[in-house]
Ligand binder design. Structure first.
Ligand code: S3P
Length: 182
């Protein structure tokens, strides 16, 4: 279960996890249900840059994108009642996860590489999957990231669940954590 200090606040919900695990879809539904604001880090970065993530990767490189991501994470510490959906690579930087944990319950959405590939393998807007063998890329990236994803407070398997069911699980876990931490 959760290892939290008494100083930790649970004002927000942060969703982490690999591409295609349903962070944005489930996150929007959770936000609607709880009357929270929904924020997607990729959307904010794209809006500010005035270009798509694929363009940022192509023109400025992945490190530049990661800097924008970390900068944005730091801005979120004063948020309240927000569901934050994060880009799949964001928790790989420990400072990002540590920062999210100061104000949010961090929930990781999980799915197998095969399921992820089925969901996003053919989508053109994910630069990291522009690879001759996208399934192999999903497998290797997912296993490299697993130790980071596992540092979430809660892990929700999305493999066979509908978006609605995943959203309900998230809300249930949030309420549970809040009741423990009041
Ligand atoms: C990335 C995931 C994407 C986006 C970028 C990099 C990753 O977000 O941030 O393409 O490193 O896994 P989603 O997880 O929302 O697709």
């Amino acid at each position: 279960m959760m290892a939290m200090t008494d100083t930790r606040k649970l004002s927000n919900i942060a969703l982490i996890g690999f591409m295609g695990t349903g962070k944005s879809s489930a996150g929007r539904l959770v936000a609607d249900t709880l009357h929270f604001t929904f924020l997607d880090t990729d959307d904010v970065i794209e809006a500010r840059a005035g270009k798509l993530i694929t363009e940022i990767f192509a023109q400025e490189g992945e490190p530049a994108f990661r800097k924008l991501e970390s900068g944005l994470v730091e801005e979120l510490t004063h948020r309240r009642r927000t569901v934050i959906s994060t880009g799949g690579g964001l928790p790989v930087k420990p400072a990002n996860l540590a920062s999210l944990k100061t104000h949010a319950l961090v929930i990781c959405l999980w799915a197998s590489p095969e399921k992820i590939f089925e969901r996003v393998g053919h989508q053109p807007h994910r630069p990291l999957l522009h690879d001759p063998d996208p399934l192999a890329k999903v497998r290797s990236l997912l296993s490299a990231r697993e130790p980071f994803y596992r540092q979430a407070d809660v892990l929700v398997n999305t493999e066979w669940r509908s978006i609605k069911d995943v959203a309900q699980q998230i809300i249930h876990q949030f309420r549970l954590a809040q009741s423990v931490h009041r």
